[in-house]
Every structure is written in C-alpha cells, then in structure tokens.
Write a protein of this length. Sequence first.
Length: 318
Amino acid sequence: MMRLALLALLPGCFLFRSGDSASCPKGRTVEIGLQEEVKKLAGCTQVSGLVIRTGATIDLSPLRELEEISGDLQIGPTVGLDEAAFNGLLHVGGTIRVANNGSMRGLFFPRVERVGRIEVENNAVLMSISMPRLAGVDGAMVIADNGGLEMISAPLLTTVGKELVIAGHRKLELLEMSHVTSVEAIRVEGNPKLPAEVIEKLTAASSVKPESPAPAPKPESAPTSPAPPQKSDSTPGPKSDSVPASKSQTGPAPKSEPVPKSEPVPTSQAAPKSEPVPKSEPVPKSQAAPKSEPVPKSEPVPKSQAVPTPKSESAPKP
C-alpha cells in the first residue's frame, strides 16, 4: 500500500516541477535584493540577465541549476554577500562584473567555459577567484584593485580577445594562467608578491598575436616587381612600328612624325647640285673630240714637194 501511495504522489511532484520552470522570467533582467527573490528564481536554468544588489545577508546556493545567462551578470554593490558561487553556470553571453562587495571573500565559477567579458574590481576582502574550466573570453579580462586577493585560478584559459589586466594586488601570490596563447595586450603591475617568472611567462603570450599581422606587407611588394617588365614591353612596340611607317607611308603617327628638316626631299624636286654631273655618264667614242684621232706619222712629206721659205721675205730690221 505504501508503494502505491508513493507512486500516486510522483506525478504531482513532476507537475509542480514543470510549473516552477514555467514561472521563470524570460526576456528580462532579474534583480535580486532579498532571500525571497533568490528562492523565486530557484530551479530556473536560463535568464536574460541577473543583477544582485543588496545590503542584507543572502545565500545564492538555490541558483545551482542556473546554466546560462544570455546577457550580463552583475554582482555588487553588496554588504551581506560573503560568497558568490554559481555551480551550474556554463555560459555568460555578456559581462561578468563583480565590484564593490564589502564582505565577499570568494568568487567561484566551477563550470563556466566561455564569457563575453570579465571585470572584478574594488572588492576589499576578496581572497580567491576560481574559474577552473574557463577557456575563452571574447572581450577584455580585468582583475584590479582587490586589496586582499591572494589567488587567481584559470588553468585552462587560452584566449582573451582584448586586453588582460591584473593590477593592484599587494597580496597576490598565486596566478594560474599558464596556457594563455592568444591575447591582444597584457598589463601586469602592482603585484609585489607575484613571482617574476610567472609574470614573464604570461607576458610572453602577448607577443604571439601581434606577430600575425606581419605578412601584410607582402602583397604590397608583389605589384611593384612586375611593373618594370610591363614598361619594357610597351616601349619597344611603338618604336618598331613607327620606323617603317615614316618611310613607306605619307601619314605617320603623331608621335613618330619627324621634323620637316628630317624628311628626305624627293629627287625630282632636288636642287641641281644634287643631280649627278654628266661626268658620271660616259661619252660614247663616236662623239669624242678630234684629238682622239692622231695624225699619221708614217707618211712623211717628200723633200721635192717641200716649199722653201724665201729669206728675202723676212721683215727688214729697223
């Protein structure tokens, strides 16, 4: 009979549970200031945003089933909140901001894997921050001016989209961020008890990301190298075409048109000096002068026929 009674009560329990989930706020940010408001949110797995501001003592353990916050999670200012632990939370789409909590000593996100941005500032007695499964932060991660902070643990963190700042912690001795490989910039200062080798190892990760834009100048040098061959191919073209055009055609191109002085004068319009002298044309032998026909010497004049010159005919001397 007892078993039958228990079986009869189980459906009622499931109905009560489903009614709880149906009452969870959707599409708005939830504000918590009293313990009664924490109980109203118990059992909800998702909210758009969550703000915790209070001067009363509250316990956040009933929110252990909360898995996702699509917007921001803001804690502070508070006075009676000694510890903030979100044991079921996996993802925060916006910013986790924890600031100005006078009595908070511990901040724990044991299952959170990815966050939009993290800001933890001005928590006077905060001693430890634990995010053992955090792998990536899309924006900046700033942990600053927490006077009593002694430990920051994020051993699986590899990527920070913007700046990583850890500054102003005079008691900080343990920093677990040995797997950071991609970050825009790192600033670690004002932590006198933090070992120097830990700082050097963390800051060395910032040199990995800035080196990636170095190959950018390569495409700029590529177009300059082929430029000279294009000029050498284009210049000889018009020269080879203009030379024959000026001699064979009457209308050469404007660029290749020579000065009128360089144009050769046709032989028909040339000055008489340019015409060859008749010396170049040999005169036929038939038209040669009488000098070319010598007097025959083989026929001497007979002495009998020679006419003697009379001596009396010579002119008288005065």
